[in-house]
Design a protein around this ligand. Structure first.
Ligand code: AMP
Length: 453
C-alpha cells in the first residue's frame, strides 16, 4: 500500500510533476491583476476621451494573414495545424489583425476609424526581463488619415496616458523611416541594403555603436559608409538643432527632406496640443523592428528602471492595402502591459487598490441571516461587500482575515445590535467602532469609505 493511501494525504508534487506555467508566460494573480486593470482602465479612459472605441479580434488567425507583414521577426510567430488541417497562427500583435478587419468590413467602418484593442500577443522570443512569449498589448490605431495631426494626436495620447499613470520622467523618441532611409542612401547604400541597416541600428541600445559597426561591416557595408551611418544615427541635442543638422546632412535626399518636414509638422501639432517639448526627442537612431512602418516611428522609455520601450508605434500606410488592395494611411501604437506594470511597481507609482469596500462578519450561527441581509443591502447600493463563511469562527479571526485582505471596514451584528436594530461599523486600521442604525448601514459605510480614500 502506498504511503499516501495509508495516511489519506495526497502525494506531494515531485520535481517532475511540480505545477508549472510555460516559460515566458506569466500568471497574473489578483494583486497584479487589479493593478493591470487599473492601467488598462486609465489608458482606455484617455483613448475614449479622444473618440477611440474598443474592438476585439480572435487570438488565432490564419497563418497567411500574419505572414509577409512583419519582416524578419516572422520566424517568431507561433504556427500550427488545427484538427481540420488549417494552418493557424497565434496573433503576433494587434496591428495586423486590425488591418485584416478594416479590409474585411469596409461598409461597417467609418473613416477616419479610431479603435483600441486590449489582449494577448505571442512571440517565440527568448524570455528576458520585459520580454515574454505571451504578453498583453494595449493597442491604439487611427486608420484613414495621412495628416501629421493624426500622428501628433497619437503621440499626444501617449503623453496623456503616461502622465495619467503618474510618470514624470519619460521621453518619447521620434524618428521617421525615410530619415533612416536617407541616412543609408547618403552613405552610398542602395535600397536593397536599407533593411540590413535598420536591423543593425535597431540594436544600437543593446549592442552599442561598436556592435552595430561590426554588424554593418558583416552585412557588406563599407567601413566609411558604416562610420557615416553611425555618426548620423547618434546625433543628439535639442529637437530643433537635430532637425537642422539632419537637414544639412541629408540635403541631397528629397525623401529625407520631406520626412524632416513631416516631423516638423508633427512637432507643431504636439505644441498646439500642449505636449511639453522636453518630453519628446528626435532620435535618428530609432529604427523599430517591424517592417510595415512607412513614416514616423516612436517609442517611449524611462531611464530608470531599465525596461526597454514601454510602448512603440508608428505610421504604416501600406499594410491595410496588403489585404484590400487599397492602401489606407494609418498610425498606431502598442503599450506593453507587463512592462508598464513592472515599471509602475518598481517606481512606486501603483495606487493602493482594494476591491472589497467592507467585510461583513458573522457573529454566530443565529446571526448569519442578519449578516447576509446587510451584505445584500450593501451590494444593492453598489458597495463591494465580502461576507464571512463560517459562523462558528471567532470574531477576532474574522477581523484578522479582513485585515490580511486589506479591507478597510468591517460590519458586525451581534445579538445586542440585532435587538437594538443597529450594526457596528469598524475601521480596520484604527480599530475604532461605531454603532449605527441598521437602516443607515449603507450611508455609514459610504461615509467611512469616503473618509478612508
Ligand atoms: P511592437 O509590437 O514590437 O512594436 O512592441 C510594442 C510594445 O509591446 C513594446 O514597446 C513593448 O512594451 C511590448 N512588447 C513587445 N514585445 C514584447 C515581449 N516579447 N514581451 C513583453 N512586451 C513586449
Amino acid at each position: 500500500m502506498r504511503a499516501e493511501a495509508k495516511t489519506g494525504q495526497t502525494r506531494k508534487p515531485t520535481m517532475s510533476n511540480k505545477p508549472q506555467n510555460i516559460k515566458g508566460m506569466r500568471d497574473h494573480l489578483p494583486k497584479a491583476m487589479i493593478l493591470r486593470q487599473y492601467i488598462v482602465d486609465t489608458l482606455a479612459g484617455v483613448f475614449e476621451r479622444h473618440g477611440f472605441e474598443p474592438m476585439q479580434t480572435p487570438i488565432l488567425e490564419y497563418a497567411e494573414t500574419l505572414e509577409g507583414k512583419i519582416g524578419d521577426e516572422e520566424k517568431l510567430i507561433y504556427r500550427f495545424d488545427d484538427h481540420g488541417g488549417r494552418r493557424l497562427a497565434l496573433r503576433y500583435d494587434q496591428t495586423v489583425p486590425l488591418a485584416r478587419v478594416v479590409a474585411q468590413y469596409p461598409n461597417e467602418i467609418t473613416l477616419p476609424f479610431r479603435r483600441y484593442a486590449v489582449g494577448q500577443s505571442y512571440r517565440g522570443e527568448r524570455p528576458a526581463r520585459g520580454r515574454y512569449r505571451e504578453f498583453w498589448q494595449v493597442d491604439l490605431d487611427l486608420v484613414g488619415s495621412a495628416s501629421p495631426l493624426a500622428d501628433a494626436e497619437v503621440v499626444a495620447i501617449i503623453d496623456e496616458c503616461l502622465t495619467a499613470l503618474g510618470f514624470t520622467n519619460f521621453t518619447t523618441q521620434l524618428n521617421h523611416r525615410q530619415i533612416l532611409g536617407g541616412i543609408a542612401r547618403v552613405s552610398g547604400l542602395g535600397e536593397e541594403a536599407a533593411g540590413g541597416v535598420y536591423r543593425a541600428i535597431d540594436k544600437l541600445d543593446k549592442i552599442g555603436a561598436d556592435g552595430v559597426r561590426q554588424e554593418l561591416l558583416q552585412s557588406g557595408v563599407a567601413e566609411d559608409a558604416a562610420a557615416r551611418i553611425l555618426e548620423l544615427v547618434q546625433l543628439k541635442g535639442a529637437n530643433g538643432d537635430v532637425l537642422e543638422e539632419l537637414s544639412e546632412r541629408l540635403a541631397n535626399d528629397q525623401r529625407a527632406l520631406a520626412a524632416l518636414d513631416n516631423l516638423r509638422a508633427i512637432i507643431s501639432g504636439l505644441d498646439a496640443m500642449g505636449v511639453p517639448e522636453q518630453r519628446f526627442a528626435i532620435t535618428p537612431g530609432l529604427a523599430r523592428g517591424l517592417s510595415y512602418y512607412t513614416g514616423v516611428v516612436f517609442e517611449s522609455v524611462v531611464e530608470n528602471p531599465p525596461m526597454g520601450s514601454l510602448l512603440g508605434g508608428g505610421r504604416y500606410d501600406e499594410l491595410i492595402g496588403q489585404f484590400s488592395g487599397r492602401a489606407l494611411p494609418t498610425v498606431g501604437l502598442a503599450f506593453g502591459l507587463e512592462r508598464l506594470h513592472d515599471v509602475i511597481e518598481e517606481l512606486g507609482l501603483a495606487p493602493q487598490i482594494t476591491l472589497a469596500d467592507v467585510f461583513v462578519t458573522i457573529f454566530g450561527p443565529d446571526l448569519a441571516g442578519a449578516a447576509l441581509a446587510v451584505a445584500r443591502d450593501l451590494r444593492a447600493a453598489g458597495l463591494n461587500a465580502e461576507i464571512a463563511l463560517d459562523p462558528a469562527e471567532k470574531l477576532g479571526r474574522q477581523f484578522k482575515h479582513a485585515d490580511k485582505r486589506g479591507i478597510a471596514l468591517a460590519v458586525v451584528i451581534g445579538p445586542d445590535e440585532l435587538a437594538r436594530g443597529e450594526v457596528v461599523v469598524r475601521d480596520m486600521r484604527s480599530g475604532e467602532q461605531r454603532s449605527v442604525a441598521r437602516a443607515e448601514v449603507v450611508q455609514a459605510v459610504r461615509t467611512a469609505r469616503a473618509a478612508n480614500h
